[in-house]
Write a new protein. Sequence first.
Length: 373
Amino acid sequence: MKDFWQAVKNYFHRLDKALLILCAGAVLFSLTILYSELRAGFITTRQLKMQMLAGTLGIIAMVVMTLISYRFLAKLWFVHLPVTLGLVLATFVLPEPFVFKPGGSDDVAWLKFGSLSLQPSELLKISFILTFALHLSKVRDQMHKPLQVLLLCIHGAVPCLLIFKQGDMGSALVFFFIFLCMIFTAGLQWRYIIGGIGVLAVAAPIVWFRIPPYLKQRIYALMDIENSTLAEAYQQQVGQKILGSGQIFGKGLFSDDLNHVYAIHNDFILAHIGQTLGFAGCVFVILLLVAICVKVLLVARGSADPLGCYICVGVFAMFFFQFAINVGMVLCLVPVIGITMPFISYGGTSLLASFCAMGLVMSVYSFNLKRGY
C-alpha cells in the first residue's frame, strides 16, 4: 500500500498541476451549465449522463497518456492512424443505419452504434497532431527542399480533404489551422508561404463551388445579419438575442425565464452561458480557455526537443481555433460551421478528444521539459 501511494505521489509530482486545474475547472463549469440546461428542459438526463461518462473516460485516457512518453505515442502511428483513419473512411461506406446525420443535414461525419454516436474526425485530430509532429521532426533540417515541403503538404491535405468530403466544413478548417500552425513553427521558408498563399487564391473559387448551398446562404446572411430574412440567419439572430438577454450577471442558472435556440447545448452553448451568467460568465469561460491555450504554449516553449514542441503547438491550434470560431459564431462574426467549444460544449467524442490532447501536453511536460520556464 505504501508503494501505491508513493507511485500516486510521484505521478502528481510530474503533472502540470496548473493545466490540470484549468481543465478540471472547465469540465466542472460545463457540467454545471449542462445541468442548468437539463433543468430548463433543453437536454435530457441521458445526455448529461453520457457527457459525464465521456468525461470519465477522457480523464482515464489523459492519465494513461500522461504515463506514456509522447515519443512512444508518436512512433505508434501505425496503430492509431489506421484506426482513426479507418473510422473516418467508414462513414463513406457503411449503410445509413450506421451513419448518423445530425439535424437532417447531408453530413456523413458521424457513426452510430445503437444508441451511441461517434464523430471519428475528433479522434483523427489527435492522430494527425502526433503523425504530423513526427513527420516535421524528421525533416526539419530539410524544410528548404521542395520535395519535403510537398510531402508535408500532402500529409496535411489528406485529412482536410477527407473531412471536407464528409461535409464537415468546420472540422476541415480545424485540421487546416493545425497544419498551418505546426508547419510555420517548424520554420517553413517565406518563399513557400508566399507560394502557398498563391495556391490558396487559385483554389478559392474551386472550394467555393464545392461548398454546400446552405453554407453559402449562411455566409450571405452574415453580411447583414440584423436585417436578413434568410432562414439560415435565424439561428444566429436568436442566439445573439439570448446571449445578450442576461446583461451583466445573467438571469441565474435555474431561472424560469430561459430561452432556447437550436444547438444551445453544443454550438451555441455560449448563448446559454450569456443568458444565465451574463457578460461576467462569458468573460470567465473565455479567460479560462485562453489560460489553457497559454499554458499549452508555455509547455511548447519549455520542450527540450522539437517533437514535443510541435505536438503542443498542434494542440494549441486545435483548442484556440475551435473556441475562437465558436465564440465568433454566437457573436455573428463567422457563419455557423458546426464547431463546438472545447471542454464546454456537449459532445462525448469532442470531450474525449480534448482530454486526449491534454494528455499529450501532459506527457511532453512529464517526459521532456526544460524546467524553470
